[in-house]
Design a protein around this ligand. Structure first.
Ligand code: GRF
Length: 199
């Protein structure tokens, strides 16, 4: 199975996926990295690993619709069967999500449905929860609201800062995301309503 990773920034999850593919822990082909930010460090990671990169910068397109049409052309040409969002900071349109129904997954740095949105680490600390951790889920039209594939918990310590907690959550993300992609690639995931059955 060919898959694409979409990212916007640092790309530590992308790196974990690249490493898992290289070490054959993940048996799927990372055929494309899509990025919306030409300055993202994730692009350097992909280039270093000789993975094709496609930059879709909204500034280069008259509308979101046209940008997504160009993305779809690229994804189709490369026969992409799964899109893994890894810190991709844009909301995909309902049309795009419908087109790739149950073929787009995302990783979120909190135990959904807690702490949706872009500040999950900060929100978890401020709320005072004792555990948190990453969630891998299918992407639906509702942001951070799709069926959950995998979750893993870690403690939140009294003296945690955003930096220390993010490091703990990232460690789990880097293990969980390649695992989830592998399950998808091996046909082990079935979506039944809100539930994902993992065979
Ligand atoms: C991750 O923490 C992920 O949960 C969230 O965005 C972050 C991306 O980090 N969706 P990176 O670019 O993979 O380092």
């Amino acid at each position: 199975m060919n898959f694409a990773v979409f990212c916007s920034g640092q790309g530590t999850n992308l790196q974990a996926i690249i490493d898992a593919v290289r070490q054959k822990r993940l048996k799927a082909r990372l055929a494309l990295v899509v990025c919306d930010n030409p300055k993202a460090f994730a692009i350097s990671r992909a280039r270093r690993a000789s993975i094709p990169v496609a930059v879709f910068d909204p500034k280069d397109f008259p509308s979101k619709k046209e940008m997504e049409s160009a993305m779809i052309r690229e994804l189709s040409a490369r026969k992409i069967g799964l899109i893994a969002l890894a810190g991709y900071m844009r909301i995909l349109s309902d049309g795009f999500v419908r087109r790739y129904r149950n073929r787009i997954i995302n990783i979120h740095p909190a135990l959904l449905p807690a702490f949706k949105g872009g500040q999950a680490i900060k929100d978890a600390i401020q709320y005072g929860v004792k555990v948190t951790g990453p969630t891998v889920h299918f992407v639906t039209e509702e942001v951070d609201g799709g069926p959950i594939i995998l979750q893993e918990a870690c403690p939140v310590k009294d003296n945690d800062t955003e930096k220390t907690l993010l490091a703990r959550v990232h460690k789990l993300e880097h293990k969980l995301y390649p695992e989830a992609i592998g399950l998808f690639a091996r046909g082990k995931l079935t979506v039944r309503g809100r539930k994902v059955i993992v065979k």
